[in-house]
Design a protein around this ligand. Sequence first.
Ligand SMILES: *[C@@H]1O[C@H](CO)[C@@H](O)[C@H](O)[C@H]1NC(C)=O
Ligand SMILES: *[C@@H]1O[C@H](CO)[C@@H](O)[C@H](O)[C@H]1NC(C)=O
Ligand SMILES: *[C@@H]1O[C@H](CO)[C@@H](O)[C@H](O)[C@H]1NC(C)=O
Ligand SMILES: *[C@@H]1O[C@H](CO)[C@@H](O)[C@H](O)[C@H]1NC(C)=O
Ligand SMILES: *[C@@H]1O[C@H](CO)[C@@H](O)[C@H](O)[C@H]1NC(C)=O
Ligand SMILES: *[C@@H]1O[C@H](CO)[C@@H](O)[C@H](O)[C@H]1NC(C)=O
Ligand SMILES: *[C@@H]1O[C@H](CO)[C@@H](O)[C@H](O)[C@H]1NC(C)=O
Length: 282
Amino acid sequence: MVEAKCCFKLLYAIVVLLVLHISSPCIGCSERDRQALLALKQGLVGDDGDLLFSWGREAQNKDCCQWDGVYCNNETGHVVKLDLGGMYLRGKISPKLIHLQHLEYLDLSFNDFNGSKIPDFIGSLSNLIYLSLSEANFGGQIPNQLGNLTHLQYLDLSFNEDFDSENFFHAKNLNWLPNLSSLKHLDLTSTNLSDVVGWLEAVNMLPKLTNLILQGCNLPPPIISSVSIMNSSNSLVHVDLSLNNLNSSIFQWLSGTHTNLVYLDLSRTISEVPQFLHLLET
Ligand SMILES: *[C@@H]1O[C@H](CO)[C@@H](O)[C@H](O)[C@H]1NC(C)=O
Ligand SMILES: *[C@@H]1O[C@H](CO)[C@@H](O)[C@H](O)[C@H]1NC(C)=O
Ligand SMILES: *[C@@H]1O[C@H](CO)[C@@H](O)[C@H](O)[C@H]1NC(C)=O
Ligand SMILES: *[C@@H]1O[C@H](CO)[C@@H](O)[C@H](O)[C@H]1NC(C)=O
Ligand SMILES: *[C@@H]1O[C@H](CO)[C@@H](O)[C@H](O)[C@H]1NC(C)=O
Ligand SMILES: *[C@@H]1O[C@H](CO)[C@@H](O)[C@H](O)[C@H]1NC(C)=O
Ligand SMILES: *[C@@H]1O[C@H](CO)[C@@H](O)[C@H](O)[C@H]1NC(C)=O
């Protein structure tokens, strides 16, 4: 009798353990990813003290999949999404970020990186599909290493305007852009592209691009070759080239294409005086 009771208890314990194991909703984050996030936190501060307070070392905070802005694949425990947008963080982005090798989505928009360059190592996050560094106060030159992010579908680098310094956000060329052959959404608003003579050729080589937003980029007039007309992207739906320095050659490009175009903004972008007015002046 005593033996049977004991056996029953043991069986009960085993069943409870099994049930607990099976119903466990999340396997918890991988240790490597946790360490990478802690290193990232160490470089950053918020305006109101510690905005990343849920990112802890304590035992009860060990599972980084539960931290604010962190999302894991619930089968592997790898961090796949990091949403730190709008947290008004300042400081330095730790290079350990690239240990998050399964990251697909990264949003660092609306923070303040004080005119520093976008780090080159961002090109090692080769699984990224979504990258937003909008209004994050980055400065200097866009790194060519972005050309490594060949799975990227969404890229937003808009409104990084550091008015107080000489260190304006710019690109010398867009040679890295054609590598992003999956890109659907590109927003470089307020990036100084005045030196990028071949911007239209680069854009033309993105076969899936639907949204092109290059507002206030100091874009130079496009050089239209027969190739760039022939190859104009038919996928485009939304085009905003307002507030630039284009000339009417842009219409040649637009006419070559764009059966899907539903939105086009060319306001304050074509500065040339129309021919007949020019004649009246002389
Ligand atoms: C895991 O994630 C998938 C997709 O996000 C979801 O459908 C599923 O319910 C999740 N499973 C658990 C156990 O949370
Ligand atoms: C921001 O950058 C400026 C100019 O480079 C520098 O003088 C200042 O110390 C930086 N501020 C912080 C908080 O790093
Ligand atoms: C490009 O990505 C690969 C991994 O896919 C990485 O080994 C390499 O360092 C990256 N290059 C740059 C310039 O970021
Ligand atoms: C573009 O991708 C190729 C391989 O796909 C790579 O060799 C090249 O370095 C990349 N270019 C840039 C600018 O990243
Ligand atoms: C843009 O860059 C060009 C040359 O690179 C420079 O002459 C011009 O002043 C810059 N414009 C702005 C608004 O920063
Ligand atoms: C035309 O666009 C395709 C991608 O859609 C690209 O592979 C090709 O190199 C482009 N040709 C020229 C001459 O730019
Ligand atoms: C527009 O500017 C480009 C580059 O300077 C030039 O090749 C083209 O002829 C200009 N188009 C018109 C209509 O003036």
